[in-house]
Every structure is written in C-alpha cells, then in structure tokens.
Design a protein around this ligand. Structure first.
Ligand code: ARG
Length: 584
C-alpha cells in the first residue's frame, strides 16, 4: 500500500501552491513548515524568499495568506512576526488524516526515494574472548539502524566482522595440540560453559607462553601454519571459533537480537584476498614499501614530532593485520555484494583506523561517489563516576553480568507494579523490561556521545526510559480490553480537546521522524519522538476520559487515538529492537 501523506505534508504543499499562485516568480520554493507552539504549524520559508526577491516579508506573507484562505483543512492563517505564517488546522482534518494512517500498515512511514544496498558492519566480538560492555553499543545501535533502514526500503546485509584471526591463535592452537582434551567438543555445551572452557584454555596457554621460550617459538611457527592453511591447524582453529559462537549466540539471545550465521564473516574470511589487496595497492602506487613494510601515507595524518603515521597494509615480515582485512572486506562488499553504502558501527576510538582505510580505498577506486563508507563511531559507556565503565575491582564489565543485573532490577520494578501477573509472566516481563532499558538508554543518546550506565535511572518509571514507554503501551492495551465490544473508530465531525489535538498532531509526524532517523543514522531521534508521544499520551489520558467520555462517538474517537498511539509505540519500539508487553 502506498504510504499516506501526513497532514504536515499536505499543509506544506498547500502553502507552496499558494506561494506560487501569489508569486509566480518565486518558483518552487519550500515554505519550511514546522510544528509551532503558537499555532499548529509555522511556515518560516517566506523570510528567505522575500530577501531573495527583495520584497517585504510581511507583505509577502500577507499575499500568501490571502491566496490560502481557510477551508476544511486550514482553520486559521495568520501573518506573524517579521513574516512568518502561523497556521492552525481543522480538528476534522487531523482525525481524517490519522484515520487514513490507521488503515496503512506502514503507519505513514514513506519508503526512501533512492534505495540501495547497505552493508552494515556491527556486533563484532572476538573469538576466545569474553564480550564486554564495549560490545554492547555496536550490537544495539547496529540492530536499530538496520531495522530502520530495512523499513524504509533499503536492502541491508549484515557483517559481523569478528576478530577470529591473528597471532594469538598460534598460542591457543599450539596449546591445544599439546593438551588435546582441553576443548573437547560437547554437543550440549551452553554459552556459559563454552566461555568458561575458552577462558580456561586462554589462561593456561598464556601462562605457558609467558614462561616457556620454546613454547613461544612453537606458537610462532603455528601462526605460520595457520596462515598458510595447514589442515590440522585450521581444524583446531575452527574448534575455537565454534565454541566461541556458542557463547556469542547465547549473549545475543539474551540481548533479544537475531544474528544470522551466514552474516558472521570474520577477519579470517578475507585471508585469501589479502595478498591480492596488497598487490593491487602496490601496483597502483597507492601503497609504497617503507622499511620492508607496505604502507600508505596521508598528508593530514601525523603523529608525534609531526612524523606521518602510515597505514600498514603488510608488515615487514610479510604478515597481514587488521588494515589488510578491512581493505579486503571493502573489496568484497563493493564488488561481490554490490554495496552502495558501507556502514560501520564501531567504537569512535577506531575512527583514525577507518579514516585511513576509507581514504586508501578511495585512492584505489574501491570507494567513490557511488559507493560511500561511513563509520558511526560511537562514544564510550561510562560508570557513575564519569570514567569508562569498570567493575569495583577496576576490571572491564562482562556484558552478560551487566545484562543479568539489568533484568534483575527490572524484575523488582515489574513485581512491585504487577497486579494480575503470574511469577512466570513477571520473569518474562523482567527480561523485556530490563533488556529494553539497556537498549533504550543506549539509543536515546546520540550515538557519538558518551553516556553513563546508571541502572537506577534506566529502570525508573518516570522519565525518559523504555519502561515508561512500555507502561504507556500496556496501559492503552488495558483500556482497549476494558472497552469490550466498543471498538476504536474515527469521528472527524467531533471537536477536539487541546490534549487530543496535541497527541494527534504528534502522531501525524511518525512517518517523517522514522524517515529522518533512518536517513541520518540517528535512532535517538526516533527515541525522542516516542518519549514525547508517551508524554503527550499521559497528558491526554489525564485530561480526557476515554471510556467515560460524553458521547458514544467521543468514546470511539478517543479509543481510536489510544489505538493508533499504541500501534505507533509498538512499531517505533520494535524498530529500536525493544519489546512492548501487552500487560505490565
Ligand atoms: N572485532 C573488533 C573489536 O572488537 C571490531 C571490528 C569492527 N569492524 C571492522 N570491520 N573492523 O574491536
């Protein structure tokens, strides 16, 4: 179904038409309609236009106002200030537009005009290592961006660029060769066991590595065997990857996130491309030999003493590292996956790496005007003290511990409020509330900013939290259940109370908000919208009795507003990856 035009867009078009009727020389000028406190909308575009046409802005606004006139959409049109137009819409127009919206399963969200294929690199933990708080943001932001892009019609392909390659595997594999039953594959291993097995092997191998020079040498040789594709070495490497995946999946499940196996394509997957990537860069002169290594220099990237900092494509000993795998991944994504956009959701502390990698790829012609790359470098999760989040003992926080604690806190909140919930239901809701709280806190700040991880605040019922939104949703569902046989129905003939208008006009903006959040990679804009929606609903609920409204038509119309609010909350939260339980 084609998406439904919003009332804001209709009004904007009306003003634009009036503008070109009154002033043919203005061409197709945008009236720049915005929501306003003084009226429903304000058109600000006439000021700039008057300047361009060297006219008087108030006079110009007057001409446009006269050409507009009032009708069944526009209630009043007024010139204000230096040359703004203040516009009030008719109550009936609000409800009519929303009624069309309610019949549209996209809830008014337009499909993007130009779509392509975005390869999104997110949720990238490292093999044989525990996931920590630093891995939270990439997963949560990446998942939300992907949902947003998918919904606006972009084709998305996920890539979990896991750290599954590198010198540390020499040590791990060599240890396993010398201690064969240490990572015995068990069919029923769960995530926790898998990680504790890996931790044990990691610690034990590290200890031997640090203490025994001969083992160190054997481990070094093992790296060479791995990189040259020795069968036995690769089989053992695969055991580490498989065991790690059991663990990753358990954490992603806790995060209520779906990860597809075919999209877990780690650094190792590009191993066969590395030599060719280096050759292409060297032959084209993009990379040069320097002290035996193959490197790329940049005019504007300098380190201490003003010395240029190069990107190392190949080390002097012939080995390839992180840069070579990312450059090879770009070739793969552009050539084989036909990507038009490469999106990376990676810690801002890696932004220099990506600047260099992207610039290298541009020089090589792999990126250009048709194929662009962006790093959504996200900020750091901070503790209450404003420093990077650590445990009391100063260690990095395990992601699982943090999620478990959030769910536990949420259980307390749910239990306190629960009226007709069974114990099983309380536990199920606790997971939805707790994980939702963690995701929402992350997504409601602009990705580039740091934020404090404060569980008390995150599960608070008042304020900008997911549980506040979830309660608003559940409350609406409870009203709809109580309404029994009386269903929601739009009644454009009714006059609206101020709280109904405010809610209705905000509902009207859902489509534009989702489109903007997707186009700008800004999930926090959707979060802010939803919070405002829940707040406006709370005001409406306080001021406008629903089931005890004056007339049956008014009951139906208010149920209609309730229902559309609930559907909008549900859809918006789902785009952020957050559940909305029917009862809380
Ligand atoms: N595994 C890396 C880490 O934990 C992140 C990978 C980011 N993606 C990429 N294409 N480099 O730091």
């Amino acid at each position: 179904m084609a998406s439904v035009t919003s009332l804001a867009a209709t009004v904007n078009q009306r003003v634009a038409d009036a503008l070109s009727a009154a002033l043919p020389e203005a061409g197709a000028a945008d009236p720049l309609l915005r929501r306003s406190d003084r009226a429903d909308f304000q058109a600000n575009g006439l000021l700039a236009l008057a300047k361009k046409l060297k006219g008087n802005p108030r006079e110009l606004a007057g001409q446009v106002a006269a050409a507009l006139g009032a009708d069944d959409v526009l209630h009043t049109v007024e010139v204000s200030g230096p040359g703004f137009l203040n516009l009030t819409v008719a109550d009936g127009a609000i409800i009519r537009t929303l009624a069309a919206r309610a019949a549209d399963d996209r809830l008014g969200v337009p499909r993007a005009a130009a779509t392509g294929t975005t390869v999104i690199d997110y949720a990238q933990p490292n093999v044989a290592k525990e996931m920590h708080v630093g891995h939270l943001r990439s997963a949560v932001i990446g998942d939300a961006l992907r949902n947003l892009l998918d919904f606006t019609g972009e084709k998305t392909i996920g890539r979990h660029h896991i750290g599954d390659w590198g010198t540390q595997f020499g040590m791990l594999i060599q240890y396993l060769i010398e201690n064969p039953d240490q990572l015995a594959p068990a069919a029923d291993t769960d995530g926790e066991q898998a990680m504790s097995n890996l931790n044990r092997v990691y610690k034990a191998s590290r200890a031997v590595f640090d203490a025994d020079e001969e083992f160190k040498e054997r481990a070094r040789k093992r790296v060479v065997a791995l990189q040259s594709g020795d069968r036995q070495t690769l089989d053992l490497w695969q055991r580490f990857v498989d065991e790690s995946k059991i663990y990753f999946y358990s954490v992603f499940e806790k995060l209520d996130m779906e990860i597809r196996d075919e999209e877990i394509v780690g650094e190792s997957a590009y191993n066969d491309m590395m030599a060719e990537t280096a050759r292409l860069l060297e032959e084209s002169g993009v990379a040069v030999r320097s002290e035996g290594a193959l490197v790329v220099f940049f005019d504007d990237i300098k380190g201490k003493d003003d010395k240029p900092v190069p990107l190392i494509v190949q080390k002097a000993d012939g080995g390839f590292g992180y840069a070579a795998s990312d450059l090879s991944a770009i070739r793969n994504r552009v050539v084989d996956l036909d990507a038009t956009t490469l999106l990376y959701v990676v810690d801002v502390r890696q932004s220099l790496h990506f600047r260099m990698v992207f610039e290298t790829a541009r020089r090589a012609g792999w990126l250009n005007d048709q194929v662009t790359a962006h790093n959504m470098g996200y900020g750091t999760v901070l503790g209450a003290d404003g420093k990077p989040f650590k445990t009391r003992a100063g260690e990095t926080v395990r992601l699982e511990d943090l999620l478990d604690e959030a769910v536990q806190r949420a259980a307390e909140v749910v239990r306190e409020k629960a009226q007709d919930l069974t114990e099983d239901e309380i536990l199920e809701r606790a997971a939805q509330v707790g994980i939702g709280a963690v995701k929402y806190a992350d997504l409601s700040t602009s990705p580039s900013r740091d934020y404090k991880f404060d569980l008390d605040q995150m599960v608070s019922l008042n304020g900008d939290t997911s549980v506040y939104l979830q309660y608003a949703y559940a409350r609406i569902q409870s009203i709809l259940r109580k309404a029994g046989d009386t269903g929601p129905a739009a009644h454009p003939e009714l006059a609206l109370a101020p709280a109904e208008r405010a809610l209705g006009l905000h509902l009207d903006a859902f489509g534009a908000t989702v489109a903007e959040a997707a186009a700008e990679y800004a999930p926090h804009k959707l979060a802010a919208y939803l919070y405002q929606l829940a707040s406006l609903y709370t005001t409406f609920y306080d001021q406008c009795p629903v089931l005890k409204a004056d007339t049956p038509a008014q009951v139906e119309n208010r149920l209609f507003l309730c229902d559309l609010t609930a559907r909008t909350l549900h859809k918006g939260m789902a785009l952020l990856g957050i559940r909305t339980p029917e009862r809380l």
